[in-house]
Design a protein around this ligand. Structure first.
Ligand code: C2E
Ligand code: MG
Ligand code: MG
Length: 721
């Protein structure tokens, strides 16, 4: 409160007896004022000051007591940052006489003060003196500056900032809020967040308010805002609850994320969609397939994965150019989409390939109907640059959960089936068979195991002697492969050779067999045992282009052996696949001096023309005929004819699988003297052969002078039972 706030009238001023009394009243009045206050007479002589004044200026006692009024004023003025300016202001004020003044002044000690000076006037407007007030405004000045800086900063933000009170009304918005939303500050002051958020109602607003009721910053979330002219755009919102003078306010920073979202969507598109057709690419397809699998698991319905490849797209692309090719792909996409139901997916993993996912199929027949329609759509004639072109497609299909594998494998299976559709003549579809595949996988696994086994030298050869029953001589030995399995022991060829069929490894193993057999013959020869050795040759191996050449190279590595030490046992069926190649190779082998035996004879083609053309030296009667020759007339008849055939074509003959004395006697009687079989010896390791031969040849019966047909057999004490 200041005396200068009002003018005194005669009634206001009591009539005091003396000037001193007035002074006394004035002093008391000034003392009761809480601001630093000073009263001066019109001659600038201090009439009164209060305690806050001395504290405010920190006036030392000696100045107060000794120097008097002038010293006190000087002291005050001397504390001003700019004393002269202050004095000018005071003089100007005094000159004006009646004017009231208010100045902000900086003091040397850094404080900002508000200096209020007011004249004391009588009823006629005559000036008696002045009151001076000093108020420290350092803090409020700082706050003012802070506020200014904050406001500038807020207005420079590109994010919109809103401050709303507990009644949900905006009490502050920054420039960006006004600019983006198109409302003035005044308009905003009458609005709530509901007015700018099209998805917000009072309940939701309250819910959000409650959720964010505690002070501090809360996680960002996304909403949509609507501008004054109706444009709706996505925003990311950060809400902080702040407390001002005991009241909570919600401070919201909103970032327009439409550009970011568009950019993200663009990235998303580029990462998941094919540019030419706009269809999902392989990545998104795999995602969708994974979801479809989950769905099928949940609802128990079947899912079909169809891999479609255009049959004749490449020539079209080459002829008309990629641009036209691309056009064709997108127009085809358009047509293919017409077949899809809402939940199905059509994707383009690349090139001229498309993948369909058909969800929730009732039964497998349904998919056939869909596939027929697909082929019809692709097959419809279309025009390309004034030319009519025909397209067709091959489709591979696999059905989940019959084919109970993961997304990637389902795609691979459908792809495999598609290749089978191509092989089947194109423009058709083929269903993947999970059972076949499991078999193929097992086959592959076994093959890999064999590959390892070969690298680890786990294959060995056993030898089965071949003997002439008429004169008792050992004529040779057949090498038979075994797998010395580290855990399962010795395995026969039937357990592993099938996994080598038609592989490179089959050829490598075959070469190893020939080489090992020759090496063994060399060892035996060096030990004084000359034996013809036979090796079984697989059809794939025999039909390799350079079989004879490589055989020659192998033979050359064993110069101490004559080539007729080696006999090749080939299957009768081998020549059937490529007769001329087989004939040529066998001729070359014979030219090298190697002998050829036709194994398992009688089980295959066995035609006369065939036999005449095939350059073989020995016919080997299959053990199945020998096994039943004594009980089955037709088997016996076959043996009789084979022996005749051999005679006619001047071939040697040998019977395998001879197990009993009776079989041996019968065979010799029929003119087949050379035999092999368990009755003579089982196949045995190479290092036992030498002993076996010595034992065999040392039998007394061999030295019998009357050794004649059958007599030897009858008298012999062979293994035959
Ligand atoms: P194969 O060449 O006809 O060989 C005769 C098979 O009959 C051998 O079976 C032999 O152990 C068996 N055997 C011998 N005497 C008797 C007998 O008195 N009774 C009966 N029931 N069987 C007898 P193994 O060793 O299991 O060989 C089976 C087939 O595997 C061979 O038939 C041959 O085709 C093939 N094989 C064996 N070793 C090789 C090889 O090194 N390379 C190739 N490519 N095939 C081989
Ligand atoms: Mg054989
Ligand atoms: Mg055989």
């Amino acid at each position: 409160m200041s005396l200068a706030k009002r003018n005194f009238t005669d009634q206001d001023i009591p009539s005091y007896d003396s000037f001193n009394t007035i002074r006394q009243v004035l002093r008391e009045f000034v003392a009761s004022i809480q601001d630093a206050m000073l009263v001066l007479d019109k001659n600038a002589k201090i009439l009164s000051y209060n305690q806050p004044f001395t504290t405010f200026w920190n006036i030392p006692e000696d100045v107060k007591n000794s120097a008097g009024d002038v010293a006190m004023l000087n002291f005050v003025v001397g504390r001003m940052l700019d004393p002269l300016e202050f004095l000018h202001k005071v003089q100007a004020f005094a000159g004006s006489g009646k004017m009231q003044t208010q100045e902000r002044i900086r003091l040397k000690d850094g404080r900002s003060i508000l200096f209020n000076a007011a004249p004391i006037l009588d009823a006629d407007g005559k000036c008696y003196g002045q009151t001076w007030h000093f108020i420290d405004i350092t803090k409020s000045k700082q706050a003012e500056r802070d506020l200014l800086a904050l406001t500038v900063a807020l207005n420079r933000l590109s994010d919109a900032v809103y401050l709303r009170n507990k009644d949900y009304h905006f009490v502050y918005v920054n420039d960006a809020a006004c600019q983006t939303m198109g409302y003035s500050r005044e308009e905003f002051s009458k609005m709530t967040p509901i007015d700018i958020d099209p998805d917000l109602d009072m309940n939701t607003l309250k819910m959000i308010g409650e959720k964010h009721s505690s002070t501090g910053e809360h996680p960002t979330f996304q909403r949509r805002h609507r501008t004054r002219d109706g444009r709706i755009f996505p925003v990311e919102i950060l809400i902080s609850i702040i407390e001002l003078d005991g009241e909570k306010y919600s401070l919201t920073v909103c970032r327009d994320i439409s550009k970011r979202q568009a950019y993200e969507q663009e990235l998303q598109r580029a990462a998941n969609y094919d540019l030419i057709t706009g269809l999902p690419n392989r990545r998104l397809l795999t995602d969708r397939l994974e979801q479809a699998i989950v769905r099928s698991k949940r609802n128990g319905k079947m899912l079909a994965v169809c891999y479609m490849d255009l049959d004749n797209f490449k020539p079209i692309n080459d002829k008309y150019g990629h641009h036209i090719g691309d056009q064709l792909l997108s127009s085809l996409t358009h047509q293919l989409k017409t077949i899809l139901r809402e939940d199905d997916t059509l994707a383009r993993p690349g090139g001229d390939e498309f993948v369909f996912l058909f969800n929730e199929l009732g039964n497998a027949e349904k998919i056939s109907t869909i596939l027929d329609r697909l082929l019809a759509v692709v097959g419809s004639q279309r025009q390309l640059q004034n030319h009519m072109v025909n397209l067709s497609a091959s489709i591979g299909v696999t059905l989940y959960p019959n084919d109970n594998v993961n997304a990637d494998t389902l795609l691979r299976h459908a792809d495999q089936a598609m290749y089978l559709a191509k092989e089947a003549g194109k423009n058709c579809y083929h269903f993947f068979d999970p059972d076949n595949d499991r078999h193929a996988q097992l086959h592959r696994l076994n093959f890999l195991l064999l590959q390892k086994a070969f690298e680890n030298n786990e294959f060995i050869l056993h030898y089965q002697p071949k003997v002439n029953l008429l004169n008792g001589t050992v004529v040779g030995a057949e090498a038979l492969i075994r797998w010395q399995h580290p855990e399962r022991g010795i395995l026969p060829p039937s357990e592993f050779l099938p996994y080598l069929d038609n592989t490179d490894l089959e050829i490598q193993v075959g070469e190893w067999v020939i080489d090992s057999v020759l090496k063994q013959a060399e060892i035996w020869k060096a030990a004084g045992l000359t034996l013809t050795v036979s090796a079984n040759i697989s059809p794939t191996h025999l039909l390799t282009n350079d079989f004879a050449k490589r055989l020659q190279e192998t033979l050359e590595r064993y110069p101490c052996l004559t080539p007729d030490t080696l006999e090749l046992e080939i299957l009768e069926s081998v020549a059937l696949s490529d007769m001329s190649q087989a004939v040529n190779t066998l001729k070359s082998c014979r030219n090298l001096g190697v002998r050829i035996s036709l194994d398992d004879f009688g089980t295959g083609y066995s035609s006369l023309t065939y036999l005449r053309n095939l350059p073989v030296d020995i016919l080997k009667i299959d053990k199945s005929f020998v096994a039943n020759m004594l009980t089955d007339q037709s088997d016996l008849d076959i043996i009789v004819s084979v022996v005749h055939l051999a005679k006619t074509f001047k071939r040697e003959v040998i019977a395998e699988g001879v197990e009993t004395l009776a079989q041996g006697v019968e065979l010799v009687g029929l003119g087949c003297n050379v035999v092999q079989g368990y009755g003579i010896s089982h196949p045995i390791p190479a290092n036992q052969i030498h002993n076996w031969v010595s034992e065999w040849e040392s039998r007394d019966v061999l030295k019998h002078p009357d050794m004649a047909k059958n007599a030897y057999l009858v008298q012999s004490n062979l293994n035959l039972v």
